[in-house]
Design a protein around this ligand. Structure first.
Ligand code: BES
Ligand code: MN
Ligand code: ZN
Length: 497
């Protein structure tokens, strides 16, 4: 993992140096100082490269005259008045991305006051957060990778006058990053390593942070009548598990916020088996549960003053002599019966019992679920926005705002009676598929049938955003942990203090 440090203003003589440039190529005070030391090399490079200082633009200057450093990175900051926390983290991440494989092992981000921008301490913390997030890499199984293919960058130092304040502001962000990394780790792990019981063992690691961890196995879930969840796992050699993570950092009497995650550790489709091409992606069908794990870790590490309970419904969906068949009818914990017309629409079957259990057991003030639920949401929203479905405008608006603030955007999708009718069944209370059109909506309607009247609920369909084929400023390619920052922000803004 990338090492992050904070120090007083200085231009180190070795390693890369990053400084900011404002809109229209105007040097920040710090950049101007460095330019002077470099005999105007920065100004000349800006002209030569048509560098405008637009937000996020980067310019790599190699071996600048007058400086001992092998490279200087100019970072476009744009209009300082428009810089939000999320932009700052993005800038830190973008510079880090630029330097990760550059050959440099150390980088100094040197920052000073910028008129109209957040103060340097707050900026430094966000730059560091972005750098740390971008520096993540899941490479534990690469045993023969040559050194020149590995990232060279080991350490980023934020230099500013307010370095003590920056370090202090960074502490809770670092806690959240630890959670994000845990999410990315379990989502990246293959299904022969992460399965329901090994996921539960990962969750148990949070006990030392003060999280209460409870694990229900098949025996307990059978007693509770969770026929819907259990039906999905019945073809697997791996025992299904329900993991409950309690972080009670708030007031004793405060009803908790419940966060439920789909944790299908591998989704073959079951008897309604998926085609071979791309099936390996279904190792990350536990992305929702992964977010629950990382969120609770982040909250516990930063000792959030909120009551949050996480629920991970963990199953493996396999074809087998004992697997559930299309047409089977199962009874959920709620008492409602379900005709399973497609065993590949399994996530909703898992969440039906998890949602019900969460509400019955904890009487939460709101319930949010996350699930890599439908391919249809990728058709609708691509790989940028996650789908948001909710019965509550306030919760919905808060989630949308939090997502925007951290760069994990949500797009609200409709719910309605007519869609709901699409999942009525001739043989049971409902069927688990709603026909060809509106697949993400009918999936959400299905979940809503397991939400108590009067309980604010939101469903995030994260199928399009849980894994990324390309790097973004604060997210390397691979597992994104989309949802951890968003929900962390939601808790901080609305459920703490
Ligand atoms: N896990 C999949 C959805 C998915 C697809 C997630 C691609 C990530 C990437 C889910 O269990 C599934 O198979 N959904 C089906 C539902 C259908 C059978 C009604 C789908 O989307 O095709
Ligand atoms: Mn499926
Ligand atoms: Zn699935």
């Amino acid at each position: 993992m990338l090492k992050i440090a904070f120090a007083a203003p200085a231009f180190p003589k070795t390693g890369a140096i990053a400084v900011g440039v404002l809109a229209d190529g105007k040097l920040t005070a710090t950049a101007a100082e460095l330019d002077k030391l470099a005999g105007g090399a920065l100004t000349r490079a800006i002209k030569a490269a048509r560098f405008t200082g637009k937000k996020g633009q980067l310019l790599d200057i190699l071996a600048p005259a007058g400086l001992p450093n092998p490279r200087v990175v100019l970072v476009g900051v744009g209009d300082p008045a428009k810089l939000e926390a999320r932009d700052l983290a993005d800038l830190g991440g973008a510079v880090t991305g630029q330097l990760l494989h550059s050959g440099e092992s150390e980088a100094a981000f040197v920052i000073g006051e910028i008129k109209g921008a957040p103060d340097a301490g707050a900026r430094g913390a966000q730059y560091a957060f972005g750098a740390l997030l971008r520096g993540y890499r899941f490479d534990k199984y690469k045993t023969t990778e040559p050194a020149d293919k590995k990232p060279s960058l080991k350490k980023v130092t934020i230099h500013c006058k307010e370095h003590a304040a920056a370090k202090k502001a960074f502490a809770p962000l670092e806690a959240v990053a630890e959670g994000i990394f845990h999410t990315r780790d379990v989502v990246s792990e293959p299904a022969n390593v992460i399965f329901p019981k090994s996921f539960a063992a990962e969750a148990r690691k949070l006990e030392k942070l003060g999280v209460k961890v409870t694990v229900l196995g098949v025996k307990e879930m059978t007693k509770l009548g969770m026929g819907s969840l259990l039906g999905v796992g019945q073809g697997s050699a791996r025992e299904s598990q329900l993991v409950v993570l309690e972080w009670l950092g708030g007031k004793q009497k405060d009803a908790p916020l419940a966060i439920c995650g789909k944790g299908v550790t591998f989704d073959t489709g079951g008897i309604s088996i998926k085609p071979a091409a791309g099936m390996e992606d279904m190792k990350w069908d536990m992305g929702g549960a992964g977010v629950v794990l990382g969120l609770l870790e982040g909250l516990a590490r930063r000792k959030a003053k909120a009551n949050v309970v996480g629920f991970c419904g963990l199953v493996e969906n396999m074809p087998d002599g004992n697997a559930q068949r299309p047409g089977d009818i199962v009874k959920s914990m709620s008492g409602q019966t379900i005709e399973v017309l497609n065993t590949d629409a399994e996530g909703r079957l898992v969440l039906a019992d998890v949602l019900w259990y969460a509400q019955e057991t904890y009487k939460p003030k709101a319930v949010i679920d996350l699930a890599t639920l439908t391919g249809a949401i990728m058709v609708a929203l691509g790989t940028v926005h996650a789908g948001l479905f909710s019965n509550d405008d306030e919760l919905s608006n808060r989630l949308t705002a939090a997502g925007k603030a951290v760069g994990e955007p949500l797009w609200r999708m409709p719910l309605g009676e007519e869609y709901d009718r699409q999942i009525d069944s001739d043989a049971a209370d409902m069927k688990n598929i709603g026909g060809r059109y509106g697949g993400s909506i009918t999936a959400a309607q299905f979940l809503q049938r397991f939400v108590h009247k009067g309980t604010p609920w939101a469903h995030l369909d994260i199928a399009g955003v849980t894994w990324s084929d390309k790097a973004r400023p604060t997210v390397p390619k691979g597992a994104t942990a989309f949802g951890v920052r968003l929900l962390e922000r939601l808790v901080a803004e609305h459920y703490e203090g």
